[in-house]
Design a binder for this molecule. Structure first.
Ligand code: CA
Ligand code: CA
Ligand code: CA
Ligand code: CA
Length: 396
């Protein structure tokens, strides 16, 4: 007699949990002026704080007054940046107009972005060989060296001439003046499987959290202390800016590990494939949630995280950004978001970090588009747009 009610209550609990999950998922996003946004969420930027200028008391008063009017609750706050996400009640457009009328404040909806599905590569069943490296699947990597053998349509030389590049460098370290550094690349993606056998040796470990400096994260080093003082506790391999923790994978992760393999699978190790860099250090900035979604505030938080590393002396040469958004050039909300991104791009440029962005699949000159696509069109000297073509030399 005692087990029956427990079963029922457990069932009710499960139903309740399912209902909660689906309700919150349904309520999460909304459409505002034809764009996907987080429902009732806006991003409020205090430009003075972002530009490290003194903040006038009157501005703070006006901001708080607007927050009261629209019953704004602060959901997220990026430390020291004057960037916050508010949940508001009432009219989104009125709230944005009120905030943008305050001199020194920029506000826009918390735009939502979706991860694109990637084309999965064909299954590799047999081992190939190559004279270039001993990685068994190298012969399938036509993008590195297309010798025409991939299939009947393959065009010899439709590749990035990686073999020639490897004659100059295969990654590793670089030296400027007296200083030698690892080549460190950040992946703005859905995480990296840091334990993958063909990646593990090429994963960055934050030297500021690796207390004994052996490049391995020991049990005692997982101490819950922000040892390098960058504001992120135990950020060994990067940061998960979606849930604000040090996770490097979530249940929806698959894209970042794929990209990590292209950038830096260990080369010449008789295993798997060869990365463009055989030897490199990659760190994860996990911007996508389990369902392949992210939003404006999360992306900014990711840029901020990279800024903290750059400022603490970590020499990241590039951040790979396989994501994109955009809208027509007269969209003020979008332009405000672009302004903040531009600010981060230029700050990263000061530290010599390049933004490597996907150029899209439009097969046209992106400077001639009637809409503004980002991050690839951000106006900063450190933006590199990368297009792609197929093994038949068809441009995407
Ligand atoms: Ca260690
Ligand atoms: Ca830290
Ligand atoms: Ca620590
Ligand atoms: Ca390999």
């Amino acid at each position: 007699m005692r087990t029956k009610p427990r079963k029922v209550s457990l069932l009710i609990l499960i139903v309740f949990l399912l209902a909660t999950v689906s309700l919150s998922a349904a309520a999460k996003n909304a459409i505002y002026k034809d764009k996907d946004i987080r429902a009732n969420r806006i991003v409020v930027v205090n430009n003075s704080v972002l530009k490290q200028l003194p903040v006038k008391g009157s501005l703070t008063t006006k901001l708080e007054s607007a927050r009261t009017t629209y019953q704004g609750t602060v959901i997220k706050n990026i430390p020291d940046q004057g960037i916050a996400e508010w949940e508001i009640t009432g009219d989104m457009e009125k709230a944005l107009n009120t905030l943008n009328a305050i001199d020194g404040i920029t506000a826009f909806p918390n735009f939502v972005f979706y991860r694109e599905e990637t084309r999965r590569g064909k299954t590799l069943e047999t081992s190939g060989t190559s004279t270039a490296t001993d990685d068994p699947y190298l012969s399938y990597q036509w993008a590195l060296n297309n010798d025409g053998s991939f299939d009947a349509a393959a065009v010899v030389g439709a590749d990035i001439s990686a073999f020639d590049a490897w004659g100059v460098t295969t990654g590793g370290t670089y030296t400027i003046g007296e200083v030698t550094s690892d080549i460190i690349v950040a992946l703005f993606d859905d995480g990296i499987d840091i334990n993958h056998e063909d990646l593990a040796n090429n994963i960055w470990v934050n030297p500021g959290e690796d207390l004994n400096g052996d490049g391995v994260v020991g049990e005692l080093e997982q101490n819950g202390i922000d040892d390098d003082g960058n504001g992120f506790i135990d950020d060994f391999w990067g940061w998960d800016v979606v849930y604000d923790d040090n996770a490097y994978l979530n249940s929806g992760s698959f894209h970042g590990t794929h990209v990590a393999g292209i950038i830096g699978a260990v080369g010449n190790n008789t295993l798997g494939i060869a990365g463009v860099n055989h030897s490199i250090k990659m760190l994860s900035v996990m911007i996508w949630d389990e369902w392949g979604e992210t939003d404006a505030i999360t992306l900014m938080y990711g840029y901020y995280y990279l800024s903290t590393l750059l400022k603490s002396g970590v020499k990241i040469v590039a951040v790979n950004q396989s994501w994109g958004g955009g809208n027509y050039l007269d969209d003020r909300d979008d332009q405000r978001f672009v302004d903040v991104m531009t600010n981060y791009a230029r700050e990263h440029d000061e530290y010599g970090m390049v933004w490597v962005c996907s150029a899209g699949n439009d097969n046209m000159d992106t400077d001639k588009l009637v809409y503004y696509a980002y991050p690839r069109l951000i106006q900063s000297p450190n933006i590199i747009d990368v297009g792609f073509y197929y093994h038949q030399y068809w441009r995407s």
